[in-house]
Design a protein. Sequence first.
Length: 297
Amino acid sequence: MIRFFGGLILILCLLSCSNGKKDADAFGSFEANEIMISTQGEGMLLFISVEEGQKVNAGDPIAVIDTAQWIVQRKQLELQLDAFWIMHTNVPEKFKKLNDSLIIVEKKMSRTGIISTVDTVKKNELKRLQVEKSDLEEVIAKEKKNYTSSVKLLVNQVEQLYLQLIMINDAICKCRVISPINGIVLTKYANQFELIGKGHPLVRIADLSQMTLKVYVSEDQLSSIKLGGKCTVRIDGKKRDLKEYKGTLSWIASESEFTPKMIQTKDERVNLVYAVKIKVKNDGGIKIGMPGEVVFE
């Protein structure tokens, strides 16, 4: 009888120590949405305004490349256009105003396009500008139909100058590098006064507000999980306690693969596993590369 009660007490102690935590179904590590921001222009880097570990918001300036040569070329084109309008007064003034408006729209689109992918307000603004541009081009095309052949020839000549001006304005806008997302600067690849070319990486930024836990599950676990399903994600906390987060299954691999090294699964005897990604809202406690475990509901 004493042995019976002694064993019972031991079992109760073990259950108490476990805190009622269910065993993890899968293990993995955390990833973040990382992007590499590279230059679209070329020249001397006049300044780069961010440092590693710095927080940036979508639309914040990151770097500026020297635009002196583009400014000179734009001024030359503007002078050519002024000379053209002085010499050819028979080209309708309305055509000039329409093309001037088109250049302004193109310039706004170049500034807005980069961050429109993540900013809903900018996305709506870009759509509005695209409609405005399309309407202007349609009106210009209708106006040209009414011109005589001699005027059409002059219009074609001036349109070439306008197209060059639009290209130069676009190149100037691309020399100003801005952040397309909210995030933290992980790595900085360039410094002030360096001479850089197109496609040169400047910084690597990660959005840490939402992390992804990538785990591997065995084939017999697939039937119990589905996209959009809820789960509990756990990480190591203070004093060996487990800190819990709510997670959502965002991706399940369509093909199996051999168990990656350093990855544990529920059944270690299984050789083929499926990768699963789980989205977790981060409160600042989750870091890139940190190990985590998941319990599927």
